[in-house]
Design a protein around this ligand. Sequence first.
Ligand code: TYD
Ligand code: MG
Length: 478
Amino acid sequence: MRTFRAIHTAIPMSRRTLTFVCQNCGAAFSRWQGKCEACGEWNTLSEEGGERVAGPGRKPAKGRLFALEALAGEAQNAPRLSSGISELDRVTGGGFVRGSVLLVGGDPGIGKSTLLMQATAALARAGHRSVYISGEEAVAQVRLRAERLGLGDAAVELAAETAVADIIATLSEGKTPRLIVIDSIQTMWTDTVDSAPGTVTQVRASAQALIRFAKRSGATIILVGHVTKDGQIAGPRVVEHMVDAVLSFEGEGSHQFRILRAAKNRFGPTDEIGVFEMTGSGLLEVANPSELFLSERDLGRPGTAVFAGIEGTRPLLVEIQALVAPTSLGTPRRAVVGWDPSRLSMVLAVLETHCGVRLAAHDVYLNVAGGMRIQEPAGDVAAAAALVSSLANAPLPAGAVYFGEVSLSGAVRPVAQGAARLKEAAKLGFSRAIAPEAGRGETIEPGGFRVAEIASLANLVADIAALGRAGIAAKTDG
Ligand code: TYD
Ligand code: MG
């Protein structure tokens, strides 16, 4: 009894626990340390007041009562506003939702500012109030870009500002804007926290203030975010969790094509892509991307196969190029652009093990044309066809498309949306497809389109080898 009393009096009536929270990943620690053990970032821990621990003398505060609602009831469709750019609408899921906040990331110079200037101008032309706030460029620079885009006459409201409090105060005046672009979130600052602009704490606090404003006013806000070397949107990952949608704008600097993808979307799909072409007068929408990705087609050359893919709901034909060449290195090279390197290793292993294709003495290069990135496993068969075609020095039949997933046993497995892939190929003038067996019911298409069904990768290799002048055996022996 005595000991209990001693402990009891040692605890203060009410105390606050202090914790150190990583501003990058949100992990909490009891002591400060230079490196966050959870995410590996340096100097991201900052002190935050923890939860209040109620002492014995303190009555817990009584909560306010609120009404609970039934799940059944009037479902309101989120009111959407078309951006006037249909490829952008496709990615957002049909337009901007009132009060939503989007984060658009991408490498410097990829065209984020161009795309968003085109979107604000399109909305302004449709009679909506739209505002473009640049924290990176002066008003004159933004004007110059707009003029170059032929948008000089659009009623976009411009400002070069970085103070979030001033921006919110200004935009709260008058009619609520339908679209506000903040270019970029890393340049914004708020005096509620005292770290420098661009730091994780500032970015998070600024984003929080802007998100609150969007929810309160119903305006749609687009935040531009810079991307670090390893492809992450710089600043706290928590911003990605706070916003309604995260879009990334991608492309190869040397190509004209730009692809907009949704990495997260609370109001729409995440597998749709928007395709644009960068021209001297801004970004043009590409309504039929297959034609674009095939325009550089090297048909009739060994090592080139056309893959009938699906991106979201849209079929897309892309060209896969392979080069298999004898190596002079002890460990042969495997280099891949636009496809998953571990899938390449898997397809090579299946070719070696089940199809008798020996590649240990060859360098292997694989490239997806046009800066596209293939993510679905259905690309396996097309990649294998390109590889074997290059090795056998046998051009694949002109007018053929390939798709199908390869399993570790060497079987070719069916994939989703076979009919849509075949339809797209027929539409673009192809005459045959090499496809998995269970794509049945589509074997004979009207218009003379032929589907050759293959059960295993070995079938495919035998067919291509038969086409080869030299044949695989001659090249791989010795
Ligand atoms: P920008 O939108 O400023 O990129 P970001 O905001 O992502 O950094 O685009 C810059 C690049 O786009 C620049 O290299 C020039 C090119 N560009 C064109 O090719 N045509 C155009 O009409 C415009 C405005 C830019
Ligand atoms: Mg920019």
